[in-house]
Ligand binder design. Structure first.
Ligand code: CIR
Length: 254
């Protein structure tokens, strides 16, 4: 499956006040902007047309666009982000998504859903129940997907923040898995690249056409991905990591 388009949103001056559970310190805005520039360049190098939305200082976490929508080749779902401070982000993603899609669905309260909890593997979607995505939100998405001839499995998370914090799909039936997903029965049918505990953050990598974009600084995971036959691009995401963010969170790919 090819991605032709990607959507990103610039970090704003309030980015440094974003939500976090990490104790890695306050991000440095200038560095975050440089890392975001490099991210945009990488998405272009992978052959996608990048739509860059302007920053919005009202929403410090709004650069993590992945959480606001779920996009397939045929239709879009506007999410209902589970963090109250982030919920209003959908009002800016909606017009951007509408410029690409005619068919749009919505996750509605009391359902909540973050796009970071949604992983597509070919025609099958996995939907995590997390601190952000509730059962009702997951079930709404499952129904929407099934009405459009996709399959969906709901996966309650034990520890990970979002589903995609701990798992990625690389294509060729191959996943990258960390922590609770290494021996998870729902993912046993896939070829598995196991992320060692000390490199857990590297499980959040993204396939964009012919490349796997990986965070820099996780050599064992990168080597395993390369040995499985995939080409990699390494990007420094240190400032986004300080806000629990990674490579997948920073874009919508479709
Ligand atoms: C948040 O707490 O919502 C942001 N600081 C991080 C969001 C990361 N998004 C993702 O994993 N999809």
């Amino acid at each position: 499956k090819m991605f032709h388009n990607t959507i990103v949103k610039r970090p704003g001056s309030t980015f440094i006040n974003g939500l976090t559970t990490s104790d890695l310190g306050t991000p440095i805005l200038e560095k975050a902007l440089q890392q975001h520039d490099a991210y945009i360049e990488a998405l272009k190098a992978c052959g996608t047309e990048v739509t860059v939305l302007p920053s919005n200082d009202q929403f410090p976490d709004s650069t993590f666009v992945e959480d606001t929508a779920v996009l397939t080749a045929e239709f879009a779902v506007i999410s209902n982000p589970g963090a109250e401070k982030r919920n209003g982000e959908i009002h800016e993603i909606e017009p951007a998504v509408k410029s690409f899609f005619d068919k749009i669905y919505y996750i509605k309260a009391p359902g909540t859903l973050d796009g970071g909890d949604v992983l597509q593997i070919e025609d099958h979607f996995y939907i995590g129940i997390s601190a952000r995505t509730n059962q009702e939100g997951a079930e709404q998405l499952k129904q929407i997907l099934e009405s459009q001839d996709y399959n969906a499995t709901i996966v309650p998370l034990q520890k990970f923040f979002h589903l995609k914090t701990g798992i990625a799909y690389l294509g060729n039936q191959t996943i990258v898995a960390a922590g609770e997903f290494v021996n998870h029965p729902d993912f046993n049918t896939y070829q598995k690249i196991v992320v060692p505990p000390e490199e857990e953050y590297a499980a959040n990598c993204i396939r964009v056409n012919d490349y796997i974009i990986v965070p820099s600084g996780y050599p064992q995971t990168k080597q395993k991905i390369n040995e499985a036959g995939f080409q990699t691009i390494e990007l420094d995401t240190s400032e986004f990591r300080k806000l629990d963010g990674g490579l997948s969170c920073l874009s919508l790919r479709f």
